[in-house]
Design a protein around this ligand. Sequence first.
Ligand code: SAH
Length: 219
Amino acid sequence: MGETREPDRSAERREMLEWHLEARGIRDRRVLEAMAHVPRELFVPAAAAAEAYADSPLAIGHGQTISQPYIVALTAEAARIGPGDRVLEVGTGSGYAAAVYAAMGAEVWSIEYVPELAQDARRALTAAGFASVGVVTGDGTLGLPERAPFDAILAAAAGPDIPGPWIEQLTDGGRIVMPLERHAGWQQLVRVTRLGDDVTMDDLGAVRFVPLRGAHGTG
Ligand code: SAH
């Protein structure tokens, strides 16, 4: 009685899976199952809940955005996240991507530069059932030495180069997925894999992200 109930958005979530993810080639069952499960509407401002499953980034305040669903899926698939992996996310933003990685069974640490966004993300993660995600405020280009090493380090902000601390904080066989600045307005999503003292790099295509700030970012 008098209770306000959130609209059920599971049908929109299924359409997102079919049209934005599977139709574009996302195949990893763990990614698809995680994204079928995480309520994206809890990670956008309440006024934007009806657009939560749109195929676009959405503003979350402080000049930042929640990543487009396809980009989250592509990043998670490329990083080959598996149950029990220790994952560092740089750029918590809304907390949505962190929730997806946690839903894939990873132990997730996430760093956010803007304290207010970190606070909002903690609240959203708790409301969505992902209170186990550790959200830290700070400069993620330095990594998180006290929790290293990581099986995967994932960034949703574009920098000029792979930050050195990330390579140092990666396990043998660990993966970094991040966008690199190429030319003005043009970025390339890459996957770096550490094998012993060597690293290999794969190109995952052209993307648009906000800038990665901080010591090993754009400053
Ligand atoms: N994955 C997020 C999207 C994040 S947008 C989501 O699903 O909502 C990128 C975020 O990176 C922004 O919130 C921005 O404040 C943050 N950021 C930029 N540079 C950073 C840095 N050096 N350390 C931590 N966070 C950073």
